[in-house]
Ligand binder design. Structure first.
Ligand SMILES: NC(=O)c1ccc[n+]([C@@H]2O[C@H](COP(=O)([O-])OP(=O)(O)OC[C@H]3O[C@@H](n4cnc5c(N)ncnc54)[C@H](O)[C@@H]3O)[C@@H](O)[C@H]2O)c1
Ligand SMILES: N[C@@H](CCO)C(=O)O
Length: 429
């Protein structure tokens, strides 16, 4: 058997402790599978005295992650501190310069600085692995870089934030408004320390930017992701969408078009009976479409101790086996800067309009949609609400985002709306 692979772990929170538990529990299995013993030499976190769910007394304690990253008796640096800059980035850079490979779960850091870190690692002959950074326990990075290496990816999409999926499915199942379920999610400990990372779509946007880079051979460009969170999704829209056979999901979609790379994270309608429509609770789902393989669907836990640590361990095992791949699947210096493109692929749209109940109101709406070049597929008028307005739902035939923007701006000028119109894109999945 080769010499042991000695780990240094910075960050002993949910994921760090999960990794330690697997190393302890599956030492024999891991050694058999990788041909090397996997050991832990040093660890670091903020609070040495904290009560932890794993025995760390056998490992050297360092107050500073930099000491772990650069220690002579560490072969592989595991960064599980988090944060898109600061000590996470500095310690990874220090580890690479000190001749160590790196495993991280840090999607924010990779989305913001992935290109720079990949170029550094590859110039030094080191690897950075990050299976846990996207969709927790789902092996999507390995699938895309290795299993689908023979494909040109045409589209990658999915539900990449479990907290948002929990909130949206719970709103529907319990009939509760967004604010009430948001508070529930907070009490259950599902939300990030800054909840806007979840509900603002930013965390999921980080993940989409990473997947885009692998899918299309482009430099990670988080700033080019069009992002809209779930804050404006109302229980009314969830219920009305359901009546029309749809569910609302925070959906990320990346596709290369002749105009450039579209990357969008936004609430969309998907058919209720589709795999994405059926996805409930905190589960994630990634759909990848390749020119040879067709469509594949990966589903599983996107967060939590066990699933995320499982993904970190798969990276550790690959490094123990001597598998060395470029960070984003091909050499970082060869990744192209993608021309960002605003979403232009035509789609059907859902519109909810609260109308004054008076003669001609519907005709005025139909006329604006006609002027915008939008053709109506289905329309449904509900009974009066308490303020005697009437909700009207429209599902359009395929149209462009520009036509929808035109209609959304023009509709209030009809004078028959009692509140702002709501529009949501319907995705074919
Ligand atoms: N928790 C999940 O389900 C999950 C899923 C996927 C990815 N991730 C990513 O994994 C990483 C870790 O997440 P987590 O949930 O375990 O976080 P956590 O908050 O539970 O743990 C963070 C750890 O880092 C330590 N730390 C923070 N700042 C430090 C500093 N300056 N010096 C030393 N130690 C410091 C803390 O003491 C703590 O032990 C993050 O990048 C996160 O985005 C987490
Ligand atoms: N906040 C993230 C954690 C995993 O990245 C989620 O809810 O999916």
């Amino acid at each position: 058997m080769s010499s042991p692979l000695r780990l240094g772990i910075a960050g002993l929170g949910t994921v760090g402790i999960g990794v330690i538990k697997i190393v302890q529990k599956h030492a024999g299995l891991l050694a058999k599978r990788t041909g090397r013993e996997i050991t832990i030499t040093a660890v670091s976190a903020r609070d040495r005295m904290k009560n932890r769910d794993a025995d760390i007394s056998a490992y050297r304690w360092e107050d500073d992650p930099m000491a772990v990253a650069t220690a002579d008796d560490v072969d592989l640096y595991i960064e599980l501190v988090g944060g898109d800059n600061g000590i996470a980035k500095e310690s990874i850079e220090a580890a690479l310069h000190a001749g160590k490979d790196v495993v991280t779960a840090n999607k924010a850091l990779l989305a913001m600085h992935g290109q720079e870190l990949a170029e550094l690692a590859e110039s030094l002959g080191r690897v950075i692995r990050f299976e846990a950074a996207v969709a927790g326990g789902i092996p999507v990075i390995k699938t895309m870089t290795e299993s689908l290496a023979g494909n040109s990816t045409t589209r990658v999409m999915g539900v990449m934030n479990g907290t948002c999926n929990y909130i949206l499915t719970r709103m529907e199942s319990a009939g509760l408004p967004y604010e009430a379920v948001f508070e529930e999610a907070r009490q259950l400990g599902y939300l990030e320390a800054d909840p806007n990372l979840d509900v603002g779509g930013i965390d999921a946007g980080h993940k989409l930017a990473i997947l885009s880079s692998i899918a299309f051979g482009t430099r990670v460009n988080f700033d080019a992701v069009e992002i809209e969170g779930i804050e404006r999704v109302s229980i009314d829209d969830i219920n009305r969408a359901s009546d029309m056979g749809y569910r609302i999901k925070l959906l990320g979609i990346a596709q290369m078009t002749p105009r450039g790379l579209e990357q969008r994270m936004s609430p969309c309608l998907v058919p209720a009976d589709s795999p994405l429509g059926q996805l409930a609770g905190g589960t994630n789902m990634i759909v990848v479409e390749g020119d040879s393989v067709g469509q594949i669907v990966l589903r599983g836990a996107g967060a939590g101790e066990g699933p995320t640590a499982s993904a970190v361990m798969s990276d550790i095992a690959d490094i123990a086996r001597g598998i060395r791949l470029p960070v984003f699947g091909q050499p970082a210096t060869g990744l192209k800067p993608a021309q960002p493109a605003r979403t232009a692929v035509p789609a059907s749209y859902y519109m909810r309009l609260e109308l004054q109940d008076k003669p001609g109101a519907l005709a005025k709406i139909a006329s604006v949609l006609g002027e915008a070049g939008i053709s109506i597929d289905r329309m449904r008028q509900y009974g009066h609400s308490s303020d005697s307005s009437v909700p009207v739902l429209v599902v359009t035939h395929k149209t462009t985002p520009e036509a929808i923007d035109f209609a959304i701006e023009a509709l209030p000028r009809t004078g028959v709306l009692v509140s702002d119109p709501v529009e949501l894109r319907i995705e074919e999945v």
